[in-house]
Ligand binder design. Structure first.
Ligand SMILES: *[C@@H]1O[C@H](CO)[C@@H](O)[C@H](O)[C@H]1NC(C)=O
Ligand SMILES: *[C@@H]1O[C@H](CO)[C@@H](O)[C@H](O)[C@H]1NC(C)=O
Ligand SMILES: *[C@@H]1O[C@H](CO)[C@@H](O)[C@H](O)[C@H]1NC(C)=O
Ligand SMILES: *[C@@H]1O[C@H](CO)[C@@H](O)[C@H](O)[C@H]1NC(C)=O
Ligand SMILES: *[C@@H]1O[C@H](CO)[C@@H](O)[C@H](O)[C@H]1NC(C)=O
Ligand SMILES: *[C@@H]1O[C@H](CO)[C@@H](O)[C@H](O)[C@H]1NC(C)=O
Ligand SMILES: *[C@@H]1O[C@H](CO)[C@@H](O)[C@H](O)[C@H]1NC(C)=O
Ligand SMILES: *[C@@H]1O[C@H](CO)[C@@H](O)[C@H](O)[C@H]1NC(C)=O
Length: 696
């Protein structure tokens, strides 16, 4: 073995020590052979019907076709892009086997060090054929790696493992060939010992891989796809303040809280003036991405017509600050705050004239910010905005049958219709005018309540179906299939607007991703025969279900129910063609108390459990691509003002400077993002984090 590790001179490092090119072929071949023997043994001794393959394809692609061309595969279930080389190999395998081949999951030991592309292979029914196919595939994949060994940069082949696929309730084999490409040549020290290190590493990785495949193991950031984005967020009204400064005019939200004398966002976090400081905190936390919204009435104060130059400059500055610090902006165009002038002039979202004005507003945003912004959400939690603002009336613009104006039996459906059309119109504009040059995506977001039937009675099963129709398919149905669900049409009849053929085409496929806002889980029971009383929600009466929230909703005690998040992602995957998903909000409210909030361990537990649920869904094929903790800092909350807050940073709202300080959750999230984690139940880690709480 030792001869394999002779050092070849390659240069000197800065300390004048020799650098080597990594010794390669015999050792790598030995590993490959050992690996192959193991594969064969496992195939011989483990019962299975499904074989899962993982291959680190940076090698394959490097050899076969460079890394520039990307494509996707038919039946793709994950957020994967494939280098051209991989697509070639994939096609060859498919032709060779005639079998059903589909991508599975991926993970990577070290971010930036390797690219992993994986696929799963459903083996032919008999064990012998399956084994033969597996072994041939194995060597087929090794060929380019071996060739690359002979010609190009050094690699390790380090890992191997197998596990049990619980979902299929069948034994499965997972195979991992881990190829680690060092960033730089490393100094040669003790070649012989390094050989031993590699063997140790190989065995260790083999063991780890085996453990990782067991479903009980918990997670670190590296278990997520390498381009999965972690972030946090705020929204314009909730964070900016400066509600009447530099030309901004009121939105319906300003009017709503002022006219009712409620807590307001006049100053709130004063983000308008403190954005640079906040970006600094984002950098220290290690966020990949930041989600915020643009205030329509700051950018175009009258809703249409001239752009406010100071508003424009603010968003340009803010976006520049984010981008220049490597933080990806994720922009929401509409977050409950359309200009009051449009409400006064023609009734805002009740009037289809808003579609044109919204599209023109979106046009300004795409044109002015689109060079840096690649992820756009048109409408924030469209379903709950509609229900809150036009059925219950508890959120702006505050309309309902028992309010001073409104009609709960018709307006929610009309508003939703206009929201969908406005979204679709902006999305079409983006595709026609900007997509080619800017290359971004435009999505739509919904408030996604987790659900399970109260009992397994037939009535509750039917109630679940109605719940899905009214809460999800109401919006996702038109966006995916071009129309409202039949169940809804049947119940609502003529009160539900109808898409013309042209509108249906416009809406269908207009959302590049689904933005999921998830906090709550509920047991769903049938309430169709419940008498409808004045003041009841007409929307819920139409739906005919009763939701019993898990936890105490009125007290903002959200119970940790990760099954709900996983269920929502599974449902979206299975029912709407597995669209790309971003979790745009998820987090835990706690009562505002600066002292207590700094020890927000329950928030960490919550976020940890929900991110784990996201990971599980991703592993099972959900195309979820990002997770944004709500909220980056304590801010004005729509339903609770300043009484409850979700921030991972606190803000002292009595302090004229609105001083921000990290809570424990900010430290925890930061450690997670930087790769140092953390099984939550270790009190040690928590107390160590607290003791370092001043260092951020
Ligand atoms: C696989 O078959 C398809 C269709 O016959 C063909 O277009 C493709 O080039 C083949 N792939 C390879 C790698 O031979
Ligand atoms: C709401 O609209 C419906 C249908 O136009 C109408 O029948 C009903 O009387 C209206 N209700 C209220 C409270 O205005
Ligand atoms: C929920 O919390 C509120 C306020 O703290 C309390 O009055 C109510 O009894 C609680 N409900 C339940 C079911 O615990
Ligand atoms: C992490 O561990 C908890 C507690 O054992 C478990 O419920 C959860 O499913 C695990 N998460 C993942 C992603 O495996
Ligand atoms: C995993 O995905 C498959 C296919 O979509 C589905 O049938 C299965 O129920 C999912 N498993 C879980 C645990 O959700
Ligand atoms: C918040 O700011 C006020 C005013 O500056 C100060 O008196 C108070 O001590 C601060 N509270 C905390 C918890 O730091
Ligand atoms: C991660 O761990 C390393 C080594 O213990 C330490 O130097 C670093 O500060 C930690 N980073 C974070 C964000 O805690
Ligand atoms: C916590 O800190 C103590 C002392 O600094 C150290 O001995 C211990 O290993 C740390 N625990 C963890 C889990 O990092």
């Amino acid at each position: 073995m030792s001869r394999a590790f002779r050092c070849r001179r390659h240069g000197k490092d800065t300390n004048g020590r020799d650098l080597v090119k990594r010794p390669k072929i015999p050792f790598a071949l030995a590993l490959i052979i050992a690996d192959a023997i193991l594969v064969t043994l496992i195939i011989a001794y483990v019962p299975y019907t499904k074989i899962v393959w993982d291959a680190y394809m940076s090698q394959v692609s490097g050899f076969l076709g460079g890394e520039r061309e990307y494509g996707s595969l038919k039946g793709d279930t994950g957020p994967l892009v494939y280098p051209a080389g991989f697509l070639y190999v994939y096609s060859a395998i498919q032709n060779l086997t005639g079998g059903q081949v589909f991508p599975a999951q991926r993970s990577c030991l070290y971010k930036d060090e390797c690219t992993l592309v994986c696929f799963a292979f459903v083996a032919s029914p008999t064990k012998v054929t399956a084994a033969l196919v597996q072994v041939s595939l194995y060597y087929l994949l090794q060929i380019p790696i071996i060739l690359q060994l002979l010609t190009a940069s050094p690699i390790y082949i380090a890992g191997f493992g197998f596990g049990y696929d619980e979902n299929q309730n069948q034994a499965a084999i997972a195979h991992q060939s881990t190829a680690l490409l060092p960033h730089k040549e490393r100094p040669c020290r003790q070649p012989r010992k390094r050989g031993m290190d590699r063997i140790t590493m190989f065995l260790l990785a083999a063991t780890l891989a085996a453990v990782r495949c067991g479903c009980d193991a918990n997670y670190t950031r590296n278990d997520f796809p390498h381009d999965f984005a972690f972030g946090s967020g705020t929204s314009a009204y909730q964070w900016e303040g400066a509600y009447d400064e530099d030309g901004k005019k009121p939105s319906v939200w300003d009017t709503y809280v002022h006219s009712r004398n409620l807590d307001n966002g006049d100053i709130t976090c004063d983000g308008y003036h403190k954005y640079k400081e906040d970006v600094q905190l984002m950098v220290e936390t290690g966020l990949d991405a930041f989600r915020f919204s643009i205030s329509w009435s700051r950018l175009i104060p009258n809703g249409r017509g001239p752009v406010n130059p100071k508003g424009l400059q603010f968003y340009k500055n803010f976006i520049h600050e984010l981008v220049s610090h490597g933080i990806e902006p994720h922009v929401t165009l509409y977050h409950y705050d359309h200009p009051q002038s449009l409400e006064d002039e023609y009734g805002g979202w009740l009037n289809c004239r808003i579609i044109k004005d919204f599209t023109a507003y979106a046009d300004v945003c795409f044109r002015e910010f689109g060079n840096h912004v690649k992820l756009w959400t048109t409408i924030n939690e469209a379903n709950i905005f509609t229900i809150g603002g036009y059925d219950g009336g508890g959120t702006p613009p505050g309309r309902c049958s028992t309010c001073s104006s409104g009609n709960s039996s018709t307006e929610p459906y009309l508003v939703a219709h206009n929201l969908l059309l406005a979204h679709a119109s902006a999305s079409r504009l983006y595709k026609q005018k900007y997509k080619d040059t800017q290359g971004g995506s435009v999505g739509f977001s919904i408030f996604a309540i987790g659900f399970r039937p109260s009992t397994n009675s037939n009535d509750d099963e039917l109630a679940i179906q109605r719940f899905k129709d009214f809460f999800y398919a109401w919006m996702l149905g038109p966006l995916t299939y071009g129309d409202y669900p039949d169940g809804m049409k049947r119940i609502i009849g003529t009160r539900l607007p109808v898409f013309s053929e042209e509108e249906s085409e416009l809406v269908k496929g207009s959302s590049d991703f689904v933005g999921v806002i998830h906090y709550l889980a509920a047991s769903v029971s049938d309430a169709q025969s419940k008498p409808f009383l004045p003041g009841d929600s007409k929307f819920f009466a139409d739906m005919g279900v009763l939701l019993t929230y898990v936890g105490n909703f009125t007290a903002f005690e959200y119970e940790i129910a990760p099954w709900a998040m996983e269920g929502v992602l599974e449902y979206i995957k299975q029912s709407y063609g597995n669209p790309p998903v971003y979790i745009l909000e998820n987090g835990k409210p706690m009562k505002q108390d600066l002292q207590l909030q700094h020890e927000d361990t329950p928030r960490i537990e919550f976020v940890h459990a929900y991110m784990g649920a996201v990971l599980k869904a991703v592993r099972n094929g959900s195309d979820t691509r990002g997770y944004f903790v709500w909220s980056f800092m304590d801010l004005y909350e729509l339903l609770s003002g300043y009484e409850y807050s979700f921030g991972i940073y606190s803000v002292n709202f009595s302090d004229p400077h609105r001083k921000r300080s990290p809570k424990l959750s900010a430290h925890w999230y930061s450690a997670f993002l930087k790769g140092n984690t953390t099984f939550l139940d270790s009190q040690d880690i928590m107390s160590n984090l607290s003791s370092s709480a001043t260092s951020l």
